[in-house]
Design a protein around this ligand. Structure first.
Ligand SMILES: *[C@@H]1O[C@H](CO)[C@@H](O)[C@H](O)[C@H]1NC(C)=O
Ligand SMILES: *[C@@H]1O[C@H](CO)[C@@H](O)[C@H](O)[C@H]1NC(C)=O
Ligand SMILES: *[C@@H]1O[C@H](CO)[C@@H](O)[C@H](O)[C@H]1NC(C)=O
Length: 263
């Protein structure tokens, strides 16, 4: 009796061991060993933003683009856009805004004045639409034209307006707003006091602005892909699961066998 008991126990232990060994031999090699965990990629450099391209497909902004090219300010802007530390914010009037210019005409401006006027349409820093609210409490904001070429931001019950002295316009839609480049469409050409003087003709009372929440204009977030990190994990875990269930069924079989033998 004692002997058969020992025999049964050793038999079941043997069965257990062999089934475990069998399970390990059959189960596929751990996938973790095959595919080393991907090294985290360094933060991707912001993609180069081609201002010429952006302005030529939106708008239409052909007049502004023509001025950018003829004054060579395009190079300054593109250089600032390439400078990803600060970035750039550009206010771009549509072609119709240039057509609507009457009193102070651009045709009489000297080359330097024209260049300053175009530079006046940009700030050497990236600002999201949400940032303008804060700028409205900061007084005159300097532009790429430097010197006395400043813009005022006015928070008009949630809607931000730009005031250059001669022009007052709503910061309307975003053409592009992903760091480091922000481009916003404006309804008017920004005419600086530094060129046209402070003898500003009285402006017509602004029509009551339609109530549009500032977020309605917010650019759709450029979907920067973040879905590439978890590629290998599902297959890894599933094969682990297969291996584990295989081992477990072997164990159960072995135990059942031992029990039968014991009986
Ligand atoms: C930028 O875009 C313009 C217009 O599409 C194109 O002519 C020019 O080659 C582009 N520049 C670069 C550096 O890709
Ligand atoms: C901006 O960067 C692009 C791409 O690297 C380059 O082709 C272009 O010449 C740069 N432009 C300026 C003005 O720095
Ligand atoms: C442009 O200059 C011409 C000649 O100097 C002058 O007659 C004309 O009134 C000026 N136009 C504007 C809009 O200032």
């Amino acid at each position: 009796m004692e002997f058969s008991r020992i025999f049964m126990i050793s038999c079941s232990v043997l069965l257990l061991c062999s089934s475990l060994a069998y399970g390990q031999a059959v189960s596929p090699p751990a996938p973790a060993a095959m595919s080393p965990s991907p090294t985290p990629a360094p933060a991707p450099a912001p993609a180069y933003v081609n201002l010429t391209y952006l302005l030529s497909v939106a708008g239409p902004f052909h007049t502004f683009l023509d001025y950018l090219e003829s004054t060579k300010v395009l190079e300054t802007f593109q250089n600032q856009a390439n400078n990803t530390e600060q970035g750039i914010t550009i206010f771009v009037p549509k072609d119709s805004a240039f057509k609507a210019l009457k009193k102070p005409s651009l045709s009489n401006l000297s080359d330097d004045q024209l260049k300053s006027l175009i530079l006046f349409h940009a700030m050497p820093k990236f600002y999201s639409l949400a940032d303008f609210n804060e700028l409205s409490s900061k007084g005159p904001i300097s532009t790429l034209a430097g010197g006395g070429y400043t813009l005022n931001f006015i928070d008009n019950s949630g809607t931000v307006h730009l005031n250059s002295g001669w022009s007052r316009t709503k910061v309307s839609s975003a053409v592009h707003s992903t760091e480091p480049v922000a481009i916003y469409q404006v309804d008017k050409v920004l005419l600086p006091e530094a060129i046209f003087g402070t003898d500003i003709p009285p402006m017509p009372a602004p029509a009551p602005a339609p109530i549009i929440s500032p977020t309605a204009d917010a650019p759709s977030a450029d979907s920067k892909g973040t879905a590439s990190s978890s590629k290998s994990s599902p297959s890894t875990s599933s094969s682990h699961r297969i291996m584990n269930s295989g081992t477990w069924s072997q164990l159960v079989l072995a135990l059942v066998g031992a029990w039968l033998l014991f009986l």
